[in-house]
Design a protein around this ligand. Structure first.
Ligand code: SF4
Length: 445
């Protein structure tokens, strides 16, 4: 059966690009800015215009994520005005209720028995996160704060070049809790000289503070960063990969014992708590990316088929009578572009854009009601299939078979036959004990 994606609810990602200063490990698209220098109103107006230009009519809203950069530097009153604007773009659910009331409505997310609200996440730096700000963000429509704790060791925070102290990180988590918001906490481990016990001290403190979601990342040295430069000069202390692997396993065990589900390589949620927005992106659902440097992807309705694949058909090919009498399950019909008789005017399965990364260019394009895209791309089924593996195999659910080309299904099937991938009726997935070696497995694909 074809998925009816014509009324698929859309997620919205807003990139707030400013940071007070650049952290030496960070390769995100950021710009220098402080609350005094950010063009708060002009940015809000530009976002509103971009939303008007990009929003396809007739869709509901699935989730909202303000990322960056440092969204907690942006005036919460402007953020609230934008959330209200999003409400206005939702004809199916508008019906006279406020942004806050919408936020408290039943979530459209699957497995959301523990979440009865639309997810509106705002990334926050502990340096700004007071109870006053948390309350303002809540009143603006935020339901969840993603807090860049990173560590409860002042020494580690100093090495990472963070602006906050361990005490401020703790106060930030308490402020978010005090405002009654859902909390996600970021933790960076695997620092030079850091022991497993050092890193676990942060995990344990996060648990004591009552976090329900942890994003735990091993420090990676990216080429175009200050740390990358220091590493090239031989001036960065080396990282012991064995300790990093042991730390990964120790954090997983500690969170597992505390009732968390390890649902993505770097993400853990207590009970049913999940990052709904991120999960949608990993499942390859459409999202609008707004703001300087933001990326958005819209999938064409009906681009993939969502029927289950028979566990008996592990050939990577669609099931046909020639596959034998034991091919009893529902079968996957290839997307139309894979068929030899596909009409040449079939639209691409997805369309992606990347916005101009310059704030001036972004504001000026939208001031003239022009889209601020720097690049646009028509994605192929092969592009989407590769992303399905890269994104999906990092998750507990796995990569949707219906999103893979025959060639990729064949490669995945070979790894399944070799015992390196598991197969469910709808997905290929990596056995959890092999998540530590995910990069090698992806290379094998
Ligand atoms: S605050 Fe976050 S986005 Fe900004 S430079 Fe540091 S790590 Fe990067």
């Amino acid at each position: 059966m074809l998925a009816d994606t014509t009324t698929e609810p859309l997620s919205v990602y807003v990139h707030v690009p400013w940071c007070v200063r650049k952290c030496p490990y960070c390769d995100f698209a950021t710009k220098p800015g402080t609350p005094e220098t950010i063009p708060h109103q002009a940015f809000g107006q530009s976002l509103a215009t971009e939303l008007d230009l990009r929003w396809p009519e007739g869709h509901g809203l699935a989730s909202v994520y303000f990322g960056g950069g440092t969204p907690s530097l942006w005036d919460p009153a402007e953020l609230g005005a934008f959330v209200r604007r999003l409400d206005e773009r939702r004809p199916a659910t508008r019906a006279g209720s406020s942004a806050r009331e919408h936020a408290l409505r039943a979530s459209t997310a699957p497995n959301a028995s523990a979440r009865r609200e639309l997810e509106v996440t705002v990334e926050c730096n502990p340096s700004e996160l007071t109870l006053c700000l948390a309350l303002k963000l809540r009143d603006a429509g935020a339901t969840r704060l993603s807090i860049g704790v990173q560590s409860f060791s002042d020494k580690a925070l100093g090495f990472l070049g963070r602006r906050h102290s361990a005490a401020q990180a703790e106060a930030g988590v308490n402020a978010a809790r005090g405002a009654g918001l859902r909390i996600s906490t970021d933790h960076i481990y695997g620092l030079p000289g850091e022991s497993v016990e050092d890193a676990l001290a942060t995990t344990k403190r996060l648990l004591e503070l009552g976090t329900n979601h942890v994003s735990a990342y091993a420090l990676t040295i990216e080429r175009d960063t200050r740390f990358g430069e220091l590493a090239r000069q031989g001036r960065l202390p080396t990282i012991d990969e064995g300790v990093v692997a042991d730390t990964y396993l120790a954090i997983e065990a500690a969170l597992d014992a505390a009732g968390f589900t390890h649902y993505e390589v770097s993400n853990y949620g207590r009970g049913a708590d999940r990052a709904d927005h991120n999960s949608r992106v990993w499942r390859q659902e459409s999202y609008l990316g707004l703001g300087p440097g933001a990326v958005g992807t819209l999938y064409t309705p009906g681009w993939a088929h969502t029927a289950a694949v028979s566990p008996n058909n592990t050939s990577g090919r669609p099931t046909t009578s020639a596959d034998g009498a034991d091919a009893i399950g529902p079968h996957v019909v290839e997307p139309s572009q894979h068929r030899a008789d596909a009409p040449s005017d079939v639209p691409p399965p997805a369309h992606r854009w990347r916005n101009d990364g310059s704030v001036t260019g972004y504001l000026s394009a939208l001031g003239a009601r022009r889209l601020p895209s720097a690049d646009t791309e028509s994605m192929t089924h092969a592009d989407i299939g590769l992303e399905a593996l890269i994104l999906g195999l990092r998750t507990r659910e796995g990569a949707a078979i219906a999103h893979l080309t025959p060639e990729l299904r064949h490669r995945a099937h070979r790894l399944h036959a070799a015992g390196r991938l598991e197969q469910t009726p709808t997905h290929y997935r990596v056995p959890r004990q092999a998540w530590l070696h995910l990069d090698a497995l992806l290379r094998a694909l």
